[in-house]
Design a protein around this ligand. Structure first.
Ligand code: 5GP
Length: 178
């Protein structure tokens, strides 16, 4: 599929499946190099991060654990509401653990800032953030993203976990609004 039309919105292929998969292999190798002597906990941020988390851990050749958190979403809007709340907390004690937060996309940085604040209270040994996508021109919060798949322009994107009104998360490639 080269183009997706949703109402008056047209989306074109932005990152193809093979490009995404190649980069994820590299990220998994980088993470393994850093964490080979530890057993990190990958913390996937639902819903968007599920395909990325899945492919990342399948390419990670070491011991690890997998957990999930869920934040309130943008709703159906394409612009951040500026509000974020926790919908699903971590269900394990992460004191003294090495956490790898896995995000689909960092836009303003609010979600990552909020998650870091929450996790800090649980006194993990370390926290790092890996995001498949980062929109540098949209950043409003001072967050450090340790591992980035792709830097992208401030366009609305869908596919590979990213939704349009909760749909299209199952696309294998990422599409950008024209
Ligand atoms: P932030 O808190 O950094 O502003 O936004 C992070 C969250 O906003 C992401 O996890 C994602 O749910 C949503 N988001 C930001 N940009 C996009 C986008 O271009 N497409 C979609 N589908 N979601 C986005």
């Amino acid at each position: 599929m080269d183009e997706i039309v949703i109402g008056n919105d047209r989306f074109e292929v932005f990152l193809e499946e093979k490009t995404i998969q190649k980069r994820i292999k590299e990220l998994a190798a980088e993470l393994h190099k850093e964490y080979r002597d530890r057993t990190p906990i990958f913390v996937g941020i639902l819903n968007g991060a599920f395909p990325f988390l899945s492919d990342l851990v399948k390419n990670y050749d070491g011991l690890c654990e997998i957990e999930f958190m869920k934040l309130s979403s943008y709703g159906d809007a394409k612009i951040s509401s500026g509000n974020v709340t926790i919908v699903k907390e971590l269900e394990i004690d992460v004191t003294g653990e090495h956490l790898i937060i896995v995000e689909d996309i960092v836009d303003t940085g609010l979600s990552v800032k909020y998650i870091e604040g929450l996790l800090e209270k649980h006194k993990p040994a370390s926290v790092c953030v890996v995001s498949l996508l980062l929109k540098p021109d949209s950043l409003k919060y001072n967050v450090k993203i340790d591992y980035i798949g792709f830097l992208i322009p401030s366009k609305f994107v869908i596919g590979y976990g990213l939704d349009y009104e909760q749909k299209y998360r199952n696309l294998r490639s990422i599409y950008a609004l024209k």
